[in-house]
Write a new protein. Sequence first.
Length: 439
Amino acid sequence: MRRIRVAAVGAVTLSLALGAAACGGGGSTSGTGSNEQPKTLTYWASNQGSSLEVDKQVLQPELDKFEKQTGIKVKLEVVPWGDLLNRILTATTSGQGPDVLNIGNTWSASLQASGALLPWDGKNFEKIGGKDRFVESALGSTGVQGQDPAAVPLYSMAYALYYNKKAFADAGVTKPPTTWDEVIATGKQLTKDGKAGLGVEGSNLSNNIHQVFVLGKQHGADFFTADGKADFTSDGAVKAVKQYVDLMADAQIVAKGNAEYSQNQSLSDFAKGKTAMVLWQTASATFAAQGMKEDEWGVVPAPVQSGAPGQGTSTNSMVAGINMAVFKNTKNIDGATKFVNFMTGDEEQKILNKAYGSIPPVKSAQTDPAFNTPGLAVLRDTLAKSASALPQVPEESQFETVVGTAVKELFADAAAGRPVTTESVKAKLEKAQQQMPKK
């Protein structure tokens, strides 16, 4: 299940695209929606399942149900993550996009800046049952604070540490680690006979960002200043990046081949017993698809530096998830809001989040026993108590690209045996910061 996104565009491309849209370069920013085509909608869904076909099998019966209830036919297109952001950016500038779409929640502020998405003000939230139906942490990743959200939460996810029970038993490890020091100590016990203690996706830019953002919080760094300026070279940011890459470069509990991983290969390694631990978002459905039985793996909260997970320097996950957005110039604005209302209703939230192994961002849907399994309970607790939203700034997508690439290059250095020092980390981050738009 492709939860982690590979960054789709470079910083310059994204900056130009958003700039053009914000300046009225496309029809998408000038309209306010109409009801010229009240019987049809086009929906771009993100690839949440193990394949595009699986997503169609999950979603089409629900879209048929919506058509039966409302008379509105929804044309579905499931878009691969590698294509989704570029497709959205093209639509924001051309005005030729879907009526409703899924977006990665970390893109919310960047796409909000385009002006192409319908703002979810109080009136629009009333149409879907009110803002207070949604979990606060999920709402925190829907756009810039102080502005009306650009999207509505659809699926919520969080990171946790998954461990292979057989690998632990074979190595004589009796309990899973809870701190980073314990991860390294345990990882060294497990790294032997061609097997690795921990798996990472060193070439996956978004995953790199998710991990170093959390480590940054644990070191007191946010990667952006309070007024939204890039701050990639603070002591905390440098420590965060070095600590993550040092899992391969120094502790050597990550196999060097992981430097090239970008397409969930670390999950495949885990399911095959090649890797004993992995940090991932809502991985249970993926493990099942890989042929792994539920009793073969365990899950605990992602590690912290010391103590227990919480807020601030005890943050142990970013707020992961998928949001739904409406293009502002839709020709069926009433139908679009009805569709969002349907997809975020209690019944659909239970159906869809069960299918994808994610957590409903709608509070009342979370009460279903299906979301209280040992694995999902850990994720739900993390979202409620110890997860933080990535910086909700227009430049967030550029941040994913340039800093994610810096981390990728540092993993490549580690895999090649080149030293990863504080100075080399800082140099990579300085280069990344120079590529960000000047404010």
